[in-house]
Design a protein around this ligand. Structure first.
Ligand SMILES: *[C@@H]1O[C@H](CO)[C@@H](O)[C@H](O)[C@H]1NC(C)=O
Ligand SMILES: *[C@@H]1O[C@H](CO)[C@@H](O)[C@H](O)[C@H]1NC(C)=O
Length: 377
């Protein structure tokens, strides 16, 4: 028996370059996440057979697919086992070289990277179930090669452009490139990924986009100064996952990278909350002004906190446990309506101002998935 187990492990290691983090997860919280994800899928997904969400968008849909695969992996569940091949981006991946990714991405370098992350999670799930994840990995690599060309040294000394229009350098595109590159190195051990991650952090850390509060503003002015625009929650999460992955990619020695991540995570908790609960500036229990993009940001903060904690020590994870638990509780008690959908307002009961959409439901699901792994049980 022992040799069979060893052989199986060896084969799965060959098939899946990325070792999934193993950690006991909270069954009750996972069940809540599964229930809300079922609502998300039945209320919004694939209404027209397009593999998209009603009122969704390319990048928010990609996050939803990532969340559901992350949930299936965490819960050891197969509720959406054919989601990858049904999804819009999964179909594009399965079409191989027939897919014109430049056309799909339409010059959007941040959207491209959300898609890479989603395709990697689809591949992780397929491999974990003994299936072939390579079409997803291959498509992600094609996209990575496209966006890696979007690094530019002629303006602001470096950084990736937000889009192919080459008019804006912003935080999210570059934070994602840090995370995707460091994670790419951990997965594939190709030097180009580590070189890009190091290059990105060297530039980002000197870019001025993090303000004196420890929060990242939206981007840079044309003369390369912090533009003072909104400190969205998601920016404060994706920098942390990127630094956690860079820490791991460099061999887990430079804990100052984790301290840098926690400056921003701590600032999120102290400055972007009301009553200890995350609040996007546009969230309002009486009348929210959030657009579809903004409705998903808090869940992305939670998901990327999870990805950060996957690389940090148990001591560090313990510091966030009660905060994560409070978010989970708020999503249940304040965020969720009688239809089982989750709105954008978590910090208080809705007084008619919470918006219910696939993005806000996805955001809440991501929050519960993170809470199942790192919150109290
Ligand atoms: C589905 O069709 C309806 C009606 O044409 C349209 O409003 C909606 O945006 C479509 N949804 C998707 C996900 O394509
Ligand atoms: C973040 O806050 C925790 C307390 O919750 C503290 O232990 C930690 O040192 C802080 N990290 C940084 C980098 O300030």
């Amino acid at each position: 028996m022992r040799s069979v187990v060893a052989l199986t492990l060896a084969l799965s290691a060959l098939a899946a370059p990325h070792v999934i983090e193993k950690r006991a997860q909270c069954a009750a919280t996972l069940q809540i996440a599964i229930d809300r994800a079922n609502s998300l899928q039945s209320h919004y997904f694939n209404k027209n057979g397009t593999g998209q969400y009603q009122d969704g968008s390319l990048w928010t849909d990609a996050n939803a697919f990532e969340d559901l695969h992350n949930l299936m992996l965490g819960a050891n569940n197969d509720a959406w086992s054919t989601l990858a091949e049904t999804s819009f981006i999964g179909r594009k991946a399965l079409a191989g070289s027939a897919t014109d990714w430049n056309g799909v991405l339409a010059g959007s370098n941040d959207d491209a990277q959300w898609i890479i992350l989603s395709l990697w999670k689809m591949a992780d799930y397929k491999y974990a179930r003994g299936k072939d994840g390579s079409p997803y990995v291959n498509a992600a690599r094609t996209i990575y090669n496209i966006i890696a060309q979007e690094w530019d040294t002629s303006v602001c000394g470096g950084g990736m452009w937000w889009s192919k229009a080459h008019t804006y350098k912003n935080a999210i595109t570059n934070q994602l490139f840090l995370y995707v590159s460091a994670e790419g190195y951990i997965r594939f051990r190709e030097q180009v990924f580590l070189d890009n991650a190091n290059k990105e952090w060297a530039w980002l850390s000197a870019s001025g986009m993090r303000n004196s509060d420890g929060l990242w503003n939206d981007g840079l002015t044309s003369d390369c100064k912090n533009n003072g625009q909104t400190t969205w929650t998601y920016n404060q999460g994706v920098i942390a996952s990127g630094l956690g992955a860079l820490f791991a990619a460099r061999g887990s020695t430079d804990t100052s990278l984790l301290d840098q991540a926690e400056i921003t995570l701590n600032a999120t908790i102290s400055r972007l909350t009301v009553n200890g609960i995350l609040k996007e500036g546009c969230d309002d229990a009486k009348s929210s002004g959030c657009n579809h993009d903004q409705q998903i940001f808090k869940g992305i903060w939670m998901k990327h906190l999870q990805f950060y904690l996957d690389r940090a020590s148990a001591d560090r994870a313990a510091r966030f446990k009660s905060f994560i638990g409070a978010q989970s509780s708020a999503i249940i008690h304040y965020g969720t309506n009688a239809n089982g959908d989750i709105g954008n307002v978590w910090y208080a009961p809705s007084q008619g101002g919470s918006i219910f959409s696939p993005e806000s439901s996805t955001s809440g699901v991501a929050g519960q998935v993170a809470a199942a792994k790192y919150g109290p049980c």
